[in-house]
Structure formats: C-alpha cells, structure tokens
Write a protein that binds this ligand. Structure first.
Ligand SMILES: Cc1cc2nc3c(=O)[nH]c(=O)nc-3n(C[C@H](O)[C@H](O)[C@H](O)COP(=O)(O)OP(=O)(O)OC[C@H]3O[C@@H](n4cnc5c(N)ncnc54)[C@H](O)[C@@H]3O)c2cc1C
Length: 447
C-alpha cells in the first residue's frame, strides 16, 4: 500500500472535504471560493442518480442560520422554491384538543424542505462550482492526522491520499472524529431512546401552513406538508426498547400496525396502506454525539454531525452544521493561517455545539411528553414574562431559529428565565400565573 509520507509535495491534495451529506457541499463551495481546488470524498453513490431517494420522505427545517448561509452562497432563491413556509406547530392531544404554538411572535415562518431535494440541489451547486471535485463511492477508511492523509477505497483498491487539510463533514460515524479519539480526544456517543419510521399520509383536515404532531407519552407522530404533493410526510417515533408501546414489544408489520392503531387511532384510520408502509420503511435510530476536541493542529477539523449530532426536534442540526462552516470560513478569513483559524473556530463553536445539542434534547422531552401540571405552570409563567417584557425575554425557539445569537447564550438566557419563573411560583404558588402585570414586573425586579 502507498505510504502517505513518501508523496511528492506537488501531488498532495490541498483541501479534502470528507462527506457529501448536507454540510459537505456547503463547505466545498465556501472553501473553493477562497482557496481554489477542493476535493470531496463521499462513501455512498451519488443520490442524484438513485431512484427518488429510495422512497425516503424525510423533511428538514431551514431557519435563519441556514438561510444566512444559502444567501451567502447565492442559493437562497433556488432553495426557497422547493420549500413550504410553516408559521406554527399544532399539537393534537389524546383528548382531541389542539394546541398551536407559533414559531415566532411576529408570525415569521420556518421553512420545510424534502431532505433529498435539498441534498440534490446542494450537490448540483457544488459540482457547478469551479474548483470543486466531487467523488462518490470513495469511502475513507482511516485518517492519519499527522501527515495528514486519508486511506481511501476505490473499487477494490485502497490507497493513502495525502492532503493539506481535512474538513470532517462525515456525520455521526465520523472517521475524522475516530482519528481524534485515537489521539486522546474524548467522545460521547449514544442513541436516542426513540427510533422512527417515515410514513406518507393524507391529512385533509390539517392546515398546510403548520407542522402537526401527536404526542403520546413514549411515542410521537410528526408530519410536515410535502411540497411536491398534497400529502404529508410523517414520522412515527416509538421507543426502541422497553414495554409496549415500543419497537421491541412487537414483532412483524401486522403487530406494529396494531400498535400504531392503538396509540394513534385517529391517524391510523386515514392511512389505508399503514401495514405495508410499516413493513417496507426502515426503522431508523438517531445517534447523539459530542466530542471534546474538534481540531488537530491546522490540519483537521470537525463540522456538523461529526461533532454534535443531536435530537432532531428543534430542527437545528443542519442549520447548525451550515453555521459551523460559515464560522470556520470567517475564522480562516480573519486569521489567514490554518492553525490559528482552527483554534479560533473550535474556541468559538464548541460550546455552541454542546448547547444546541442540550437544547434539542430538552425540546424532544417537551414535545414527546404529555402535559404535566408542574411543567405547565412554569411554562405559563415564562410565557407571561415573555409577553410582558418582550425586549428582555425572548422565547428559546425564536433565539435558535430566528437569530444568530450564539446557542450557548440562548441556553443561558432560557435557564435564567426558567429559574425566575420557578422562583415566582415558589413565592406565589398557584396564583403566580394570574398575577397582575405590575406585580409580575415587581417580582422580576425583586429577583
Ligand atoms: C429524523 C431527523 C430529522 C431532522 N430534521 C432536521 C431539521 O428539521 N432541521 C435541521 O437543521 N436538521 C435536521 N436534522 C439533522 C440533519 O439531518 C443533520 O444535522 C445534517 O444532516 C448534518 O449534516 P452533516 O453533513 O454533518 O452530516 P450528514 O448529512 O449525515 O452527512 C455526512 C456524510 O458523510 C458521508 N460519510 C460518512 N463517513 C464517511 C466516510 N468514512 N467516507 C466517506 N464519506 C463518509 C456520509 O455518507 C454522508 O453523506 C434531522 C435529522 C434527523 C435524523
């Protein structure tokens, strides 16, 4: 096998972006505009040439941070055309009532897009960018961070490819992260308690300007209107393990369909091919990761899910990954030196990655659980405070989805708001929610 250290300098690839998922093409475009040639290595075949995403219908949410990046790359208009705006999420509770939570106080929407369509558009844009070389079916088996070099498989051949800088956009199973761990970094990898299957369904009575969800304690169903059809793209989440209802508690599609019908009777009635969909759609798990080190000298850096794969319910994983790339590029522009830039990127971004992962996990707990009176009181007081003093208190979702405030600052502000709400409740008990405005203001001033 070829030894990377013997490569002649002129044969070294400059920048290699590892992974052509959602962040990879974005990173390649940004970097090619600054540094010229960028090589992208992707282990899978090109999804643009496989039949319609192999039946997957997953929707992803684009919000402010993602749009900022798409605008900078000149892709905003093209992406906007394949998106649908959503102004609120609508919870359908087991007692038949609904609760509508606007995404923002001024009615601004977030935008849902079919992941496959967005992915294809990003790949087209990267391919059209002068300097970007996309290579599919090129799994990277190992990373030598010191040289640096990548062990790449092409067909049956394996060879080391030396390079200048490695951008690890290789997702939750990152080999770049694995190489950092070999050098002493600490990673945390776990799997969300819930697994999911995608289900396409008709929801004729549901407003297409809203995201809809059905919480059921240990299970959850969420649905987004599709852009390319009058149907909705749904996902059913059941616990992976544990007692009924869970994936572990049933065997076979018929039993799974019965479980679905028991937990979501109103939905099941409108899905005539439920059993067939459950039999054919894969059960996917959600991996959660974090890592205490994101860079190796000026040579390698982690971006996106490789360093902060999170629970999906805040809709921030991709938005955060795009913002990572933008932050990295701004550090490179500012520092003019890879070593200093990567250090600055890690310093500015690591806490934010951890913060949005924490926020996303907490949001998942909030969306999946049924209303709890103690939490309800805290949330109600927090909502009152936000309404009463809109310049001082901003809802957490809005901070994440409609601003560029750092995620760690958003989390700290939310923790302060919640702690204030709890102190007001402990002072006034059950009357706290109904305190007159002047008393509530006085209470804020006193705490
Ligand atoms: C159910 C669900 C819903 C979600 N909804 C949203 C949402 O609404 N909004 C949002 O912002 N985010 C959402 N996300 C998160 C979002 O999908 C991810 O955060 C995003 O895909 C991260 O991009 P990435 O490029 O870092 O990783 P990926 O998109 O996973 O890309 C990694 C790429 O690297 C390739 N790769 C991996 N290893 C190698 C290797 N060794 N050699 C070569 N190539 C390799 C992979 O094949 C893949 O193409 C959701 C996630 C899930 C699971």
């Amino acid at each position: 096998m070829h030894d990377p250290r013997t490569a002649a300098p002129q044969r070294r690839n400059g920048i290699v972006v590892l992974g052509a998922g959602l962040a990879g093409p974005v990173a390649a475009i940004y970097l090619a505009r600054r540094f010229g040639r960028v090589t992208v290595l992707e282990r899978h075949a090109d999804t643009r040439h496989t039949p319609a995403g192999q039946g997957r219908s997953l929707m992803v949410i684009l919000s402010h941070r993602g749009w900022r990046v798409l605008r900078e790359l000149g892709l905003e208009e093209a992406v906007r055309r394949i998106c649908v705006p959503l102004t609120a999420r609508c919870g359908h509770l087991p007692d038949g009532s609904t609760v509508v939570t606007p995404y923002s106080r001024d009615g601004a929407p977030i935008w849902a897009v079919e992941r496959n369509r967005l992915h294809r558009l990003l790949l087209d844009a990267a391919e059209a960018e002068p300097g970007v070389d996309l290579h599919f079916e090129r799994p990277v088996l190992a990373v030598d961070l010191d040289t640096p070099a990548l062990l790449v498989r092409a067909g049956t051949a394996e060879r080391w490819i030396p390079c200048g800088h490695v951008i690890g956009c290789d997702g939750v199973h990152s080999v770049v992260r694995a190489a950092l761990v070999e050098q002493g970094a600490h990673e945390q990898v776990s799997t969300l308690e819930l697994a999911y299957q995608e289900i396409v369904l008709d929801l004729p009575s549901c407003d297409r300007g809203l995201m809809h969800y059905w919480p059921a304690g240990d299970a959850l169903f969420g649905a987004f209107p599709l852009v390319s059809s009058p149907l909705f793209a749904g996902s059913v989440f059941f616990r992976k393990d544990g007692p009924w209802p869970s994936y572990a508690a049933v065997t076979g599609a018929r039993a799974l369909a019965r479980q679905f019908t028991d937990v979501f009777p109103a939905l099941a009635a409108g899905i005539p091919d439920l059993e067939q969909q459950l039999a054919t759609k894969p059960v996917s798990t959600v991996r959660l990761t974090r890592c205490d080190t994101w860079t190796s000298g000026g040579r390698a850096v982690l971006v996106g899910d490789s360093c902060h794969a999170m629970a999906p319910f805040m809709g921030q994983g991709m938005n955060c990954a795009f913002e990572d790339v933008r932050t990295l590029v701004r550090c490179l522009d500012r520092e003019g030196d890879w070593q200093r830039a990567l250090t600055a990127y890690e310093r500015s971004r690591k806490n934010d990655g951890d913060a949005i992962a924490d926020i996303s996990y907490q949001h998942y707990r909030t969306m999946s659980r049924l209303p709890d009176p103690r939490q309800e009181a805290e949330e109600a007081v927090a909502r009152r405070l936000v309404a009463l003093m809109p310049d001082r208190f901003v809802p957490l979702y809005e901070r994440c989805a409609f601003s560029e405030e750092s995620y760690s600052s958003a989390l700290a502000e939310e923790q302060q708001l919640r702690s204030l709400a709890r102190r007001i409740i402990s002072q006034y008990g059950s009357t706290a929610v109904d305190l007159p405005d002047p008393m509530l203001r006085a209470s804020v001033a006193a705490h």
